[in-house]
Design a protein around this ligand. Structure first.
Ligand SMILES: Cc1ncc(COP(=O)(O)O)c(C=O)c1O
Length: 463
């Protein structure tokens, strides 16, 4: 059984005898049934297979109207062409595809430079399938570094309750105690004070997020680092920081260059980002960079003698497509610093304007304004009793907009919000259309006697 329940298999049904369905071989139509649980006995012509699978996939949401995801939904035709050129290359065969390996190396160096690595020749980094794998690797480096200190007790990792689920997974999979600092009133992310209050000699590290998945806000990395410096002076514990820059590590270098959150802070040991979020590449590619070799215990890097070459790897998976790495390099070549700045600024402009206009509609309270990540969260004002954020999400879906509604974690589970992620390709025009649809449904919702959503849907959301 697959992990997700999905729909139960429907009974096997004949496809009928429509000759248009099967192109050159109408007789095949009589035999046609799509496999749900076991392979069909015979092959289908490629065009038929393509049409049938494509038809089913039409039931998926429209990626461009998906305001839930951080993941890239638009790349230029040239990037698609390049990716198509590379689909048959396995990223891991570095000896066979040395130029793909070289592009990966250049991307790591470019990221280290963007993140102000003080000693560019000392950095070490790699591509991954996404930020989740990158975070696992960073967490593993923390844990191994801590275990070498010879302390007794269970290792713990300090982070805000707003962390993305990958950090909870890391703790569960690698048997590390998660020390989640709860939200407090209108404080929706980790603070320096909250972080150090949870640290002890078995803290393997502190995770600071740029920016929070829940509301797009940046955590105060510099303040957290300074508080940990102070803690080291007082208690002698040298606790490193990992910055989970899944989204923000590709925004802040271009739009907030004065903000110190990266390797300029000596306490920042490692940083990850998702190439497939604001790195502007289709899924799945992520990156992780360590400040220097001391931050990544050498024994975690495997030197594999494979297909005739000696290959250093630090990864959870082995084989992986090379196309995303080539596409990442393409975006770097194509945009340069100024191009990235312009693309990210356009997203921020749309996000801040849309947030302001939603705030002006009346029934909503903005939690964030899209001026850090181009992402904002808002909720209904207390006087709005006829409907709630879940009603709004459901009604927007009728027009194709995917705007998630979810409750906040422990301590603020009473707070339910809508979140809009503005990405490259979400224009002022589309924002106008969304606002128009939102304005149209509000009077209808206001006429309801009470919120009509299914409470079972109001769960926390991890995206
Ligand atoms: C802060 C943060 N960390 C990690 C992740 C996981 O990233 P990925 O989907 O690239 O594995 C996300 C995804 O939204 C995120 O927002």
């Amino acid at each position: 059984m697959v992990l997700h329940k999905g729909k139960p298999s429907s009974e096997t049904r004949r496809g009928g005898t429509n000759p248009l369905y099967t192109g050159a071989n109408p007789a095949l139509a009589a035999e046609l049934t799509l496999p749900h649980d076991s392979l069909m006995d015979n092959p289908l012509p490629p065009d038929t297979a393509l049409q049938l699978v494509r038809d089913e996939l039409m039931l998926d949401g429209n990626a461009k109207l998906n305001l839930a995801t951080f993941v890239t939904t638009y790349m230029e035709p040239q990037a698609r062409e390049l990716m198509a050129d590379c689909v048959d290359k396995n990223m891991i065969d570095k000896d066979e595809y040395p130029q793909t390996a070289e592009l990966e190396r250049r991307c790591v160096n470019i990221l280290a430079d963007l993140w102000n690595a003080p000693e560019p020749t000392d950095i070490i980094g790699c591509s991954t399938t996404g930020s989740s794998e990158a975070c696992m690797l960073a967490g593993m480096a923390f844990k191994r570094r801590w275990s070498k200190l010879g302390r007794s007790g269970k290792p713990n990792l300090v982070m805000g309750a707003n962390v993305q689920v990958c950090w909870e997974k890391f703790c569960e999979y690698w048997e590390v105690e998660p020390r989640l600092v709860p939200m407090d009133g209108d404080q929706f992310h980790l603070t320096a004070e909250g972080a150090i209050s949870r640290c002890d000699e078995n803290t393997i590290g502190v995770v600071a997020i740029l920016g929070s998945t829940f509301d797009g806000s940046y955590e105060p990395v510099a303040e957290i680092a300074a508080a940990l410096d102070q803690l080291q002076t007082e208690r002698g514990w040298d606790i490193p920081v990992h910055v989970d820059g899944a989204s923000g590590a590709m925004i802040a270098p271009f739009l907030d260059s004065d903000l110190e959150w990266d390797f300029r802070l000596p306490r920042v040991a490692s940083i990850n980002t998702s190439g497939h979020k604001y790195g502007l590449v289709y899924p799945g590619v992520g990156w992780v960079v360590w400040r220097n070799k001391a931050a990544l215990p050498a024994e975690l890097v495997f030197n594999v003698n494979y297909l005739g070459g000696d290959m250093p790897t630090f990864a959870l998976n082995f084989s992986r497509p090379g196309a995303e790495v080539a596409a990442q390099y393409y975006t770097f070549v194509r945009l340069g610093r100024e191009g990235f700045r312009a693309v990210q600024q356009a997203s921020r402009d749309v996000a801040t304007e849309l947030a302001d206009r939603i705030g002006e509609l009346g029934p909503f309270r903005l939690l964030t304004r899209g001026d850090e990540l181009p992402v904002f969260a808002f909720t209904t004002k207390p006087e709005v009793t006829a409907y709630d954020v879940f009603d709004i999400s459901r009604r927007l879906r009728e027009r194709g907009w995917l705007v998630p509604a979810y409750t906040f974690p422990e301590n603020r589970t009473d707070l339910a919000v809508l979140r809009i992620v503005v990405r490259n390709g979400f224009t002022h025009d589309l924002a106008d259309l969304l606002l128009g649809d939102l304005s149209r449904i509000l009077p209808e919702l206001a006429a309801q006697p009470a919120p009509s959503h299914d409470p079972a849907l109001s769960t926390a959301f991890h995206h």
